[in-house]
Design a protein around this ligand. Structure first.
Ligand code: ADP
Length: 326
């Protein structure tokens, strides 16, 4: 393995459960391979402001089970400018950091790519976002935990929906992608989903409401991705209530509970695998790639490709929902 002395690690952009498990794996793997490891607080903001401190094995004791990120995260408009990235580079140099592990979503990877293009800094990305909207990996860290949170919440709502024969519209996170909504819908037995990738979802919903009313379903659950063109669960519910006064319509917006909580076993294991692989990739001389999981195996994808390619929804899951919601 190639000798890299000092490695930096940061979390950036939207937080996701399992980020701590990833930081832990990066720190421990770096130390295992006899490197020094530096934690950068508050993402690119901390890099620009020199919030950089060396970490040791005990720095990540007792964190694998915690949500959020011990390194904190922040949005940093200054890093989008050349001058901001120059300050970041100066601070990396000051601490002798020769390789960077960036844990975050596509914005984080775009920033990492810019930094590495301008200054030749090798960067390895670890995909962490509850939205699962990153190409080059079947699962992003945080997605499985968020899914479990959604399913638990929807199960509870279904109890009350069925007691009162109600139609519930439940809004799920996902600005541009319906992965959480679709898989959450299948796992919770939802009758329909509204997602940005589907053009005819409103028409499908109408068909469903007309046929389900005739079949006298006792209650119905519709999951709505926040980014769907219907304008969110509230707008959709208002419209449906007007058109179908026979339904008793209610709305729940799940909101930020979807981001929090202790990571699932699946997210902890994925984060651990990705963290160790990221350090080993840096030591092998890899640069500007993202560590992902494809068919259960670690796979590397160029950072640029992972942000430019739109991840496709699994169409088989859509068909499954149609079959199971009759
Ligand atoms: P996420 O990584 O979860 O997608 P953001 O999109 O907010 O989150 O990106 C996180 C940070 O990455 C931003 O605050 C900014 O500092 C940096 N970033 C995002 N896009 C770019 C870009 N095109 N060039 C440079 N930096 C960027």
């Amino acid at each position: 393995m190639q000798k890299i002395g000092n490695i930096g690690v940061l979390t950036s952009g939207g937080d996701a459960p399992g980020m701590n498990a990833a930081i832990r794996a990066v720190v421990r793997a770096a130390i295992y391979h006899q490197c020094r490891i530096f934690g950068i607080r508050c993402g690119y903001k901390g890099l620009i402001e020199d919030q950089i401190e060396e970490m040791f094995s005990p720095s990540v004791s007792n964190v694998i089970q915690t949500g959020g990120t011990l390194l904190k995260s922040a949005r940093c408009p200054e890093f989008r400018q050349k001058e901001g990235r120059h300050k970041a580079w100066e601070n990396l140099k000051k601490h002798g950091i020769e390789g960077l592990v960036a844990i975050g979503g596509d914005g984080t990877f775009r920033g990492a790519q810019e930094l590495s293009q301008e200054y030749g800094m090798p960067v390895i990305g670890i995909p962490a976002t509850i939205d699962n909207d990153i190409s080059g990996t079947e699962y992003t860290i945080g997605y499985d935990t968020a899914l479990n949170t959604i399913v638990e919440a929807v199960d509870k709502i279904r109890d009350t929906a069925s007691a009162h024969n109600r139609l519930f519209f439940i809004e799920v996170m996902g600005r541009d992608a319906g992965f959480l909504t679709l898989r959450g819908g299948i796992a919770s037995g939802a009758e329909a989903v509204m997602i940005p990738e589907l053009q005819n979802d409103e028409e499908k919903l109408r068909n469903f409401l007309e046929s389900s009313y005739k079949k006298a379903k006792t209650s119905s659950i519709v999951l709505v991705a926040e980014g769907d063109e219907v304008g969110g669960a509230l707008r959709l519910a208002e419209k449906v209530q007007k058109e179908y006064p026979e339904y008793d319509v209610r709305v729940t917006i799940l909101g930020h509970i979807q981001r929090g909580g202790s990571p699932s076993a699946f997210d902890r294991v994925s984060a651990s695998r990705m963290g160790v692989s990221a350090v080993e990739a840096l030591l092998r001389g890899e640069k500007n790639v993202m560590v992902g999981l494809i068919n259960g195996q670690i796979a590397l994808t160029p950072l640029l490709k992972s942000v430019k390619e739109k991840k496709q929804l699994n169409r088989q899951l859509l068909e499954l929902l149609d079959i199971l919601s009759i």
